[in-house]
Design a protein around this ligand. Structure first.
Ligand code: GDP
Length: 429
């Protein structure tokens, strides 16, 4: 009964989309377990480039059943648009299912996300403004609407809950933010449309996943964002509102930890971060700018320029610790081709004192200065390499040093966005 998790080891955008797509060739089912359409995964196939926000990256393999688990928050408008886009490019979405327990992002969540961010002013968190945080807040506040409720829109219970929730939200929207209220009728009409379009796709997905496992098939669990953005383990409060780390995978789809036989951490060969929050190894120089342009580090969801840093092995070690990674995938090694010197952050210092762990406090992390180890770069390109023997000696030294510093074995190296541009040192599935 093998379930395999693929998790971002850094601040997201590590290239999980490519890795999941690559592994999905041998999978029967791919499940997203947290986050919402604040994620953006890019997959490149012979049919071109696909940007996926909610749909699991396995959708591009015709044999794969794709599931949006109960831990995800779903904006049905975005989901329908994404499905339509895929269909228009010849990708069948009839094998895409949404957990009846998944919470819905309602129009008032999107509005409140933007209003709350506006009210934070210079202390804005840098959210994507897609309503993800407010939808999770309502989930824990027991005010959320779940996908399964779209089956029973005319029930007294649903109508009275929706009415009460909208009254409550409108008080905040009008009295605190001074904006016009949302209309109950408009929201209800949206629910009717969603229900007609998505009824076939909403299912008890936990049962589907368990059945797949009991038949001995591979299930891939696809994390969104990354461990350093985890609500508990990330740089709070500059975090996402869900648990991208391994703890979220079980609850986000109704699996026992005993079902998960391997946990793969995806790391970029350098660091990036979107939005606010501390990043000890951030580069504020022309090398950082050159790296951003070469790697085209701009968000799939927002188009925002990503912040760039050297590989942070202190943060990486923490990520390995909280996830118990059984293997790592190192992506975008090719981006470092041609840089004369490559740094790795091997420790932090605050006011001359060493800090040997990843601090819980964002303000302490913000004061941490990186301690770097410098390694020579390489002239021979690693781009498109498919064998370790094709890598220049300096690149191998860099990979091995990362492995040593974070304390987990690298089983796969990605040297380009395409499926084939991959070095398998040891197969993951
Ligand atoms: P995700 O959110 O973790 O799936 O990552 P993104 O999709 O936001 O960013 C990854 C980007 O890097 C995408 O455009 C991928 O096509 C691309 N990519 C993935 N692996 C590699 C790689 O090894 N080298 C290069 N150059 N690009 C890669």
């Amino acid at each position: 009964m093998p379930a395999h998790a693929v998790i971002g080891g850094q601040w997201g955008d590590e290239g999980k989309g490519k890795v999941v797509d690559f592994l999905a060739e041998k999978a029967h089912c791919v499940v997203r377990y947290q986050g919402g359409n604040n994620a953006g995964h890019t997959v490149v196939t012979q049919k071109g480039e696909f940007s996926l926000h909610l749909v699991p990256s396995g959708i591009l393999w015709p044999q794969v059943t794709c599931i949006i688990g109960n831990g995800v928050v779903v904006d049905p408008d975005v989901l329908i648009e994404e499905m339509d886009n895929l269909e228009s490019r010849g990708i069948d979405t009839s094998r895409l299912y949404v957990s009846e327990r998944a919470h819905l992002i309602m129009p008032y969540h999107i509005l409140l996300d933007r209003l709350e961010e506006r009210a934070r002013g210079s202390e804005a968190l840098g959210t994507t403004g897609r309503g993800v945080g407010p939808a999770y807040t309502d989930k824990t506040g027991r005010m959320g609407i779940r996908a399964g409720e779209l089956f029973d829109l005319s029930s007294e219970d649903f109508l009275s809950r929706l009415k009460r929730t909208i009254e409550f939200k409108n008080n905040i929207i009008t009295k605190i933010h001074g904006e016009p209220p949302v209309s109950l009728e408009e929201v209800y009409d949206k629910c009717l449309n969603w229900s007609q379009r998505l009824k076939h796709h909403i299912r008890p997905t936990e049962l589907m996943v368990h059945k797949t496992l009991s038949q001995g098939h591979n299930v891939l669990l696809e994390g969104a964002q990354g461990t350093l953005l985890d609500l508990d383990h990330g740089t709070y409060p500059y975090v996402t509102s869900s648990s991208p780390s391994i703890g979220g995978a079980g609850t986000g789809m109704g699996l026992s930890p005993r079902d998960i036989t391997s946990i793969t951490g995806v790391f970029k060969a350098y660091s990036t971060r979107v939005g606010s929050g501390p990043m000890a190894s951030e580069m504020h120089d022309s090398t950082g700018d050159a790296l951003r342009e070469k790697a085209w580090e701009y968000g799939v969801t927002t188009g925002r320029a990503r912040r760039i840093g050297w590989f942070d092995a202190v943060a990486g070690r923490y990520s390995v610790l909280v996830n118990g990674f059984t293997s790592l995938v190192l992506t975008r090694l090719d981006v470092l081709d041609g840089f004369p010197c490559i740094k790795i952050c091997v420790g932090y210092e605050v006011d001359g004192d060493a800090v040997d762990h990843f601090p819980a406090s964002a303000s302490l992390l913000g004061r941490c200065r990186p301690v770097y180890e410098e390694l020579p770069g390489w002239e021979v390109p690693t781009a498109n390499a498919t064998q370790m023997s094709q890598l220049p000696r300096e690149a191998v030294t860099y990979v091995r040093r990362i492995e040593e510093l974070v304390g987990s074995p690298i089983h796969v190296i990605s040297t380009g966005p395409r499926r084939g541009e991959t070095i398998v040192i040891k197969p993951i599935l």
